[in-house]
Design a protein around this ligand. Structure first.
Ligand SMILES: *Cc1c(COP(=O)(O)O)cnc(C)c1O
Length: 411
């Protein structure tokens, strides 16, 4: 890191700019405090040419160029690996970048990828619009129909995406069943673990415990959500336990040139210690509001994996000992038009209207899912409102929902 053992030339006779660039003062090596220093660099200085020639790529300790890792980013890598229960971690500039990394690293012309029908919208978009250019085909599976899923796994299937719970409609799949089926055929399973965030379940050690080693091959997360927690950072991670798989991902990571701002890395490091607390707190508020909404006459159905009757509830019970994310979705009685549902969302005063989730502010977004599902919808009508619950007081959020429902009632 430091080139302090290289002799310093006396700067006095040189110009001001040279003196400032080649200044002999270096921060002390022995500095120790809990926060991780923000190490920013494109250029990393080598001690001498021998040091440059003997650089060891990818050992997690050596530095060559800012793009390939700094002390700050290596620290976050190690901690996210711990969060996920993984051995290896790669950081990327967004959750979507993590998805793209996995699909591009593992798929070749002629291969097929399977996605759950409730997959994150941008993963669907990538698979429908970009992967075909590389001769990669896809099919969507029903995340709640394990026998149908098993029947779809074929010679060409190389990668299976899993989401637990899935996006917007929040169906929770039989993760152990999906993973077992992939393992039996040597197919790589990749979990989008943004919902669980490393808290709700252990992606590399799924239940039942009687089957040690039952876990996904890859777990990626949008660190944008819980790990950041501040609604101010975009970042993603891709974790594995398998060294060979990690190498394949690392190769593609280098090709894509994914870099990170080290101030953003610092923000995530700063918020990791409160991740589990925030997760539990937001979980409690979310369940209370989801249950309350389910009891309102305007509401046809509430989707939240911890609610009995929500699709896949029994699988969630089996897998998740530690909770559920801050999301629920509401299907209103089909007599309400999309325009009336929009008016309900506009009437909310304590919910922002906007994408993403797991930040401090609660959010509500109406979704028309008619064009983003291939296998049909688990409710009547087309419009659903997805709520993301923040850190506000539950009473205030419930009062706001009640107020907005009275607008809907009067419509
Ligand atoms: C938000 C999200 C992503 C994408 O993360 P970005 O950082 O916004 O690109 C991926 N998967 C899921 C499930 C998400 O909720």
């Amino acid at each position: 890191m430091s080139h302090s053992d290289r002799p310093e030339t006396a700067p006095a006779a040189e110009g001001l700019s040279t003196q400032l660039v080649h200044h002999p003062y270096r921060p002390p090596q022995g500095w120790s405090a809990m926060p991780v220093p923000v190490a920013k660099a494109s250029t990393v200085l080598f001690r001498d040419t021998a040091d440059l020639h003997h650089y060891k790529p990818r050992d997690g300790k050596s530095y060559r160029y800012g793009l390939h890792g700094t002390p700050t980013s290596y620290t976050l890598c190690a901690r996210v690996a711990t969060l996920e229960g993984a051995e290896h971690c790669l950081l990327v500039p967004s959750g979507l970048a993590a998805i793209t990394l996995v699909s591009l690293a593992l798929l070749r012309p002629g291969d097929e990828v399977l996605l759950p029908d409730n997959v994150y919208g941008q993963n669907r978009h990538l698979t429908l619009n970009m992967l075909p250019r590389f001769g990669i085909t896809h099919r969507f599976y029903d995340p709640l129909d394990l026998p149908a899923f098993e029947a779809m796994l074929g010679e060409k299937t190389r990668l299976v995406w899993i989401e637990a719970a899935g996006s917007i409609t929040l169906e929770f799949p039989d993760m152990a069943g999906l993973v077992r089926a992939c393992k039996a055929r040597g197919i790589v399973s990749a979990l989008d673990n943004t919902w669980g965030s490393g808290v709700a379940f252990r992606p590399f050690d799924l239940l039942p415990r009687a089957e040690p080693g039952l876990g996904v091959d890859i777990s990626m997360q949008a660190l944008t959500k819980y790990a950041s927690g501040g609604a101010d950072v975009l970042m993603g991670s891709v974790c594995t336990r398998d060294a060979a798989l990690h190498e394949r991902l690392n190769d593609m990571h280098e090709h894509l040139g994914y870099g990170l701002g080290q101030n953003d890395v610092e923000l995530v490091l700063r918020n990791l210690p409160t991740l589990a607390l925030r997760y539990a707190h937001q979980d409690a508020t979310t369940r209370r509001l989801a249950q309350w909404m389910a009891a309102q006459p305007e509401v046809a159905k509430v989707f939240h994996p911890a609610l009995p009757g929500s699709p896949g509830h029994e699988h969630w019970l089996q897998q998740s000992s530690a909770g559920a994310a801050c999301l629920f979705s509401v299907a209103f009685q089909p007599r309400y038009t999309a325009r009336q549902v929009d008016a309900f969302v506009d009437a909310l005063q304590r919910f922002g209207i906007g994408y993403s989730w797991a930040g401090p502010m609660s959010l509500a977004v109406p979704y028309d899912l008619s064009r983003s599902r291939s296998l049909g919808l688990p409710f009547e009508g087309q419009t659903l409102v997805r709520f993301a619950i923040g850190l506000e007081d539950a009473d205030d959020l419930q009062a706001d929902l009640a107020r907005a429902l009275s607008v809907l009632r009067g419509a």
